[in-house]
Design a protein around this ligand. Sequence first.
Ligand code: EPS
Length: 390
Amino acid sequence: MLRFHTAGESHGQGLLGFLSGLPAGVPVDSAYVNRELQRRQGGYGRGGRMRIEADAAQFLSGVRHGQTVGSPIAILIENRDWENWKETLAVEENPAARAQSKPLSQPRPGHADLAGCLKFNLHDARYVLERASARETAARVALGALAKLFLRQLGMEVASHVVAVGSVKLAGESVPFGRILALRDQEIVLNCVDPETEARMKAEVDRALKGRDTVGGTFEVVAHGVPPGLGSCGQWDEKLDGQLAQAVMSIQAVKAVEIGTGIENAAAFGSKVHDEIGYSREASRFTRPSNRAGGLEGGITNGEDVVVRGYLKPISTLRQPLGSVDLETKEPVKAAYERSDVCVVPAAGVIGEAMVALVLARAFLEKFGGDSLQETRRNYDAYMQQVRNL
Ligand code: EPS
């Protein structure tokens, strides 16, 4: 069973990621993992923090001589900003340092500040925001990169692109996978496949910046080469669309998730929604002229591309703060502001890729097992022969 979790605070010593259950023999290339971390840091509209950090993964266990060895993998990504927070976030109690740092007691509407203080019985939202911050997703991206390297060995690729920034939307039907994948070779601006739309998206970010505001949007993650049969219709929690929805919804600022064209399907008649079934004798496989189901039917992959969209609210740290209430005095105040991103949609897409890759890798290993890549591949090849023979 593939399992992962992360630890670490935004301005603490660093971020940690743990991954168990990846078979032995998966080639691991640190440069690839670090490139994924850089992709997460990029994009037009990122804030000052990204100029401080240069995220890089240190492998503490589980990878030797460029390959996984089957033992749990631990990764550390150091926070450069820790240098500036050593006192404020000291591990040992230090009354002098504490007296100097003012508690953050003006919770930001939309952030975890208030809900977290109520939950953990804290008077300083600093302790909540440190973990709630999207900085934590650097660890998820590093682990997701390992899941991608595993999936790649079995013929699968996961990529993302941005389909909307604020009110600016990419027009037209689904984008061929090759065009989305090609974005990887370019520096991320807004990660849109159409340069003209990307220019308008950039102008939307500029409008938000000028208005001292923030802007959300939509990213789409596509997984290509996924075999039919991952996930199950057996139980509610085995349905892969449900697992993907939870994984993508867990990304900071995501407030809605869509599989395929799920949202517009709800407003159309059935005859205009479902993807007709064909068969290619040449390829010995079932085919679909369209993929509105986003590669999932009954919670099971059907062999088409898996397509998942995440809808982001605008970042909740506002330069022009909204009204709030001081946690101590209960008097009306303006919400706290230190610094913030204006737009994080392309970065969220990179995080979405990581989450989708981790969920697919888990489902894949659940079905095919294997303690070594060779064993997993053997099991997978035999299954694919069975699929072709159906
Ligand atoms: C982030 C690091 C954070 C924020 C952002 C994401 O750094 P800092 O708080 O030091 O500016 O830039 O976090 C948020 C958007 C948020 O609301 O907490 C990162 O590494 O992605």
